[in-house]
Ligand binder design. Structure first.
Ligand SMILES: Nc1ncnc2c1ncn2[C@@H]1O[C@H](COP(=O)(O)OP(=O)(O)O)[C@@H](O)[C@H]1O
Ligand SMILES: [Mg+2]
Length: 385
């Protein structure tokens, strides 16, 4: 998984939250000089690098990590045992130690409220650096801890910083992804780096696997006349029915050269379409298998004999067009939202008076786009609609 492979090993590898990183480094350096410091509670939304930062700090300053987990939180004795062992100043390897108590709020379920109180009293005079992490400092369950820690809020990471990280990882991993898609993932992540990395990973897999599967179906449909092989491949491939139909539609005239083959293939494909209409109208799902057979085996048997050649199958034009209008729809939505926010109107009202905005934009484009915080594309889009 990308999240574990690219877990930051140095403090600087953690993106965003620069001030927090500086504070943490100062804090640990003081500890290492023998100046006792309050434990630190890093808090903020999930996936922004709290746990990573604590571990990166330990790694960079060569501190041995002692983790306190939820099973240690049962009672005061268990907590003390772990903490005391960490406080025995030098370890076997002469390394300093750091205690990390991850997701302390999750440990504080209703039943072990006592655990948190015990922890609070132990933290009062612990003689080793301690970092705790939590989602929300203001969580009631954490109340007993508040006076014992120095709380540091970590903020969501900016989309720009997330995008640069994704770009770097995509390059290292040879992931084929456009700049636009990267920006999209970064924006959707809302500063959650973990989810951004997972999106990058799944996107990569699904895109690659789906294409491979579709190609294997196309190959057997276009290159063979073996009904059972075709039926089996289509069945096993688990490719979306409508998607497959589009791919076959797009590629019939690319694979078949003989006019009669092309005509017959389209005849069977159109029959499949008729069945799909019936399936949709009458919700008669049983008919779907006829449609599947018509568009796969029907198209396969339309050729007199297979063409011996290499064919580069094409991505359906229809899908490309759809995704283009989709991005324009998305653009429209975000543009109207921004314009509406600027003048306190709903997107709907904005859409009704879009000419007015266009006219104002014409007078001073720069001022206009600054005021509404529009991107260049959005301004351009406004001029066109
Ligand atoms: N700020 C960040 N910089 C670099 N990678 C990050 C950052 N935040 C999260 N990640 C990635 O996401 C994974 C999970 O992050 P984690 O530190 O566990 O988040 P949190 O503890 O805030 O929920 C990490 O292993 C790392 O790959
Ligand atoms: Mg965490």
């Amino acid at each position: 998984m990308l999240v574990s492979k690219y877990r930051p090993k140095k403090v600087d590898g953690v993106i965003g939250n620069d001030e927090v990183k500086k504070t943490l480094v100062k804090w640990i350096l003081k500890w290492m000089k023998g100046e006792k410091q309050k434990p630190i509670l890093l808090w903020g939304p999930s996936g922004i690098g709290k746990t990573s930062l604590a571990h990166a700090l330990a790694e960079e300053y060569e501190l041995q990590v002692v983790e306190l987990n939820s099973s240690d939180m049962r009672d005061k004795e268990s907590i003390e045992r772990v903490v005391n062992s960490a406080m025995l100043s030098s370890s076997l390897f002469g390394k300093g130690k750091i205690i990390i108590i991850d997701d302390v709020d999750a440990m504080a379920t209703k039943e072990d409220m006592g655990g948190i109180t015990a922890l609070a009293s132990i933290l009062k005079d612990v003689n080793a650096p301690v970092i705790l992490t939590a989602d929300n400092y203001w969580d009631r369950r954490l109340a007993p801890l508040r006076t014992e820690v120095q709380a540091i809020e970590m903020k969501r990471v900016s989309p720009g910083a997330v995008a640069s990280l994704l770009k770097e990882i995509a390059r290292k991993e040879n992931i084929n992804i456009s700049e636009k898609e990267i920006n999209e993932i970064a924006k959707n992540s809302e500063g959650d780096v973990r989810s951004a990395l997972n999106d990058l990973e799944t996107k990569n897999y699904t895109a690659r696997d789906r294409k491979k599967e579709i190609f294997s179906v196309l190959k057997v449909v276009f290159k063979s006349k073996d009904f059972s092989a075709i039926a089996r491949t289509v069945w096993m491939a688990d490719v979306d029915h409508d998607l497959l139909k589009l791919w076959i539609d797009q590629n019939i005239p690319i694979e078949y050269e003989n006019e009669r083959d092309v005509a017959a293939a389209y005849h069977w494909l159109s029959r499949a379409d008729v069945f799909d209409g019936r399936v949709a109208n009458r919700e008669c799902w049983d008919l779907l298998r006829y449609s599947t057979s018509l568009m796969s085996a029907g198209v396969a048997f339309a050729k007199e004999k297979p063409y011996v050649k290499f064919t580069k199958y094409q991505y359906p034009t229809y899908l490309r067009k759809m995704s283009q209008t989709m991005s324009s729809r998305r653009m429209r939505k975000s543009l109207f939202l921004k314009l509406g926010r600027g003048v306190h109107l709903s997107s709907k009202r904005v859409s009704e008076m879009v000419e007015v905005f266009r006219e104002i934009a014409k007078r001073n484009k720069k001022e206009f786009s600054d005021f509404y915080r529009l991107s260049e594309e959005e301004v351009e889009f406004l001029e066109k609609i």
